[in-house]
Design a protein around this ligand. Structure first.
Ligand code: ASP
Length: 320
């Protein structure tokens, strides 16, 4: 008989936005499921939520079909600049919950920015590091650097060229609505630890130097004694509403699905924006919501196993 384990759960997202090309769907699903399996394997053997979200996000950063790590979108100058973050809420011996976080912004030479965000959390007294100095720190932390051009996939370069050919403001706004592929993961482990991680190449057409929500604790990522969250979508709207922090606060009164729906409907839709969020509470209950065309999620629950969904919108569409 299989040994039973305590409650543990994981939800991974692959970005909210357009449904995406049909010919990429099967491989994207495969990539999502592989990311969930890697995280789930860690949770099943009693590993930490932090290790699980890091493993899941790393898998998607390495997959060129997602807008994070290798395969990130290119900025208006044709370069990759990535943001990533992690946060953990860890029960301590004295019964209190220890909160820890780390993030990086505008990273150009690290294949797995989520590992660098984790190193900022674990090896520095800081919360957020940016640019070339953060990359120098990566080397010291034992995270290998690559050449900036090694992160540019053929798919990302083609998309950038196509955009440059027809660039004007109207097109950029339309494309932003279609963007998808940012990745994130949220987990609860059998020890009661909650963790969340997010990683992105940003939004299409972004200026060089633009930093989005995925680097900002409380906006694109959050975890505390009540729950944990990772967001995707229009970063400026997510930052303005501190989306993940607010959604976790709503968990106190609502189920994760309801909290996710309320957060998008009340905080994102009125800004005329699209976003998605995934959540887990301390009971291992999973929730997600978005108001884009589609959001891909993969889940694992100790009592239910692994599943994948290309979720239809379940929150209010952008207003105004
Ligand atoms: N939120 C990301 C950003 O604004 C993009 C996305 O999730 O698609 O950088």
């Amino acid at each position: 008989m299989a040994k039973s384990i305590g409650t543990c759960a994981l939800i991974v997202h692959g970005g909210a936005g357009a449904i995406g090309p049909a010919n990429e769907r099967a491989n994207r699903k495969r990539g999502m499921l592989e990311a969930v399996r890697r995280g789930a394997a860690i949770l099943r053997r009693g590993g930490s939520a932090l290790d699980a979200v890091t493993a899941s996000v790393t898998a998607l950063e390495d997959d060129p079909l997602f807008n994070a790590g290798y395969g990130s979108l290119l900025n208006s100058e044709g370069a990759v600049e990535m943001d990533a973050s992690v946060m953990v809420a860890r029960p301590q011996a004295d019964g209190r919950i220890g909160l820890h976080a780390g993030a990086v912004a505008a990273i150009t030479r690290v294949k797995n920015p989520v590992l660098l965000a984790r190193a900022v959390m674990e090896k520095t007294g800081h919360l957020l590091m940016a640019g070339p100095a953060a990359e120098r720190f990566a080397r010291k932390a034992g995270i290998p650097l690559c050449r900036a051009e090694d992160l540019i996939s053929e798919r990302a370069r083609e998309r950038w060229r196509a955009r440059m050919q027809r660039e004007n403001r109207a097109n950029l706004v339309a494309e932003r609505a279609q963007a998808h592929g940012t990745v994130g993961a949220v987990a609860l482990d059998v020890h009661g630890q909650l963790a969340a991680a997010t990683s992105t190449g940003g939004v299409p057409g972004k200026m060089a130097g633009r930093v989005g929500d995925s680097a900002l604790i409380g906006a694109g990522v959050y975890a505390d004694a009540v729950g944990a969250a990772s967001a995707t979508g229009h970063g400026e709207a997510i930052i303005m509403s501190a989306l993940c922090r607010e959604a976790v606060r709503l968990l106190g009164r609502s189920t994760p699905t309801r909290a996710a729906q309320l957060a998008i409907t009340r905080l994102i839709a009125p800004q005329g924006a699209e976003a998605g969020i995934v959540l887990i509470d301390t009971g291992g209950r999973i929730g997600y919501a978005h108001n884009a065309d589609s959001m891909e999620v993969g889940t694992f629950h100790s009592a239910k196993g692994i599943s994948h969904r290309r979720a239809a919108p379940n929150a209010a569409k952008p207003r105004g």
